[in-house]
Write a protein that binds this ligand. Structure first.
Ligand SMILES: CC(C)(COP(=O)(O)OP(=O)(O)OC[C@H]1O[C@@H](n2cnc3c(N)ncnc32)[C@H](O)[C@@H]1O)[C@@H](O)C(=O)NCCC(=O)NCCS
Ligand SMILES: Nc1ncnc2c1ncn2[C@@H]1O[C@H](COP(=O)(O)OP(=O)(O)OP(=O)(O)O)[C@@H](O)[C@H]1O
Length: 203
């Protein structure tokens, strides 16, 4: 059976990838929000829980057993090797979960996966095409300061640890410009038209 096309949407912190995905959602496209799903899995998958505790200690979960994202963020966003190890625990589970989600949504005209980290289209069981959302760093910092309780220093540390805009552009099949001067909705509508015309996935 042909599976629907799977489009990846990625971008740095505060670039507006969730905003872009909300627009696809308005067009009735199902979205897999990998970062929040990863957190749900980290709370609910016993194998991940055991490995995360082994990597980061008991503090990775609070007294009620809930994933302590504040603590984990403070550990991994200033320590790249540790972030890589955390990713290596969580990613295979997220990939399996994505596949199951794609199968459950096999009737959709196409599907979108939003994730902070993404492989090039066609690689590592990845997506069929990658949309990179871009915005200038200072605008991203201002947007996150308005959205989150996160200290500015931590936002900048996250930006430092994430892949650079240049490397993201290398994996981009499409770029959405989300700076103050560009309109987002026409860009998403244009992509929607293109994706509706593409053939189903050959994964
Ligand atoms: C580190 C954690 C606890 C931080 O949670 P918190 O709620 O404080 O922040 P949030 O999830 O909103 O992330 C903050 C920013 O960092 C980005 N980000 C999240 N995980 C990663 C990562 N592994 N690598 C690079 N950037 C990341 C997010 O997209 C966002 O831009 C959490 O993000 C996590 O568990 N990440 C690892 C899971 C993962 O690999 N997610 C990526 C997609 S599968
Ligand atoms: N074009 C825009 N105009 C005004 N505000 C915007 C625009 N795009 C995004 N924002 C706001 O900026 C903030 C960051 O956007 P969004 O949450 O979509 O980014 P993100 O890339 O998903 O971030 P994260 O990586 O942290 O999940 C949000 O509060 C959002 O409402």
């Amino acid at each position: 059976m042909d599976l629907p096309l799977l489009i990846g949407v990625t971008g740095g912190i505060g670039s507006g990838k969730s905003m872009v995905c909300r627009l696809f959602e308005c067009l009735d496209i199902p979205i897999y929000y990998a970062d929040s799903r990863a957190k749900w899995l980290t709370n609910n998958d016993p194998e991940i829980r055991a490995k995360v505790v082994a990597l980061l200690g008991q503090e990775a979960y609070d007294n009620d057993g809930v994933y302590n994202t504040r603590f984990v963020a403070s550990c991994v966003f200033k320590n790249e090797p540790l972030l890589k190890e955390l990713n290596a625990i969580i990613h295979p589970v997220v990939l399996r979960d994505t596949k199951a989600w794609v199968t459950r949504n096999a009737g959709a005209s196409y599907l979108v996966k939003e994730a902070a980290i993404m492989a090039k289209a066609g690689q590592a069981n990845a997506v069929d095409a990658v949309v990179v959302v871009e915005a200038p760093v200072e605008l991203r910092v201002q947007r996150i300061l308005q959205r989150d309780q996160r200290p500015e220093q931590e936002i900048r540390a996250i930006i430092e640890r994430q892949v650079s805009d240049e490397s993201r552009r290398e994996i981009a099949d499409y770029i959405v410009n989300n700076d103050d001067a560009s309109e987002l909705i026409p860009q998403v509508l244009h992509l929607h038209e293109l994706f509706l015309k593409r053939k189903p996935s050959e994964r």
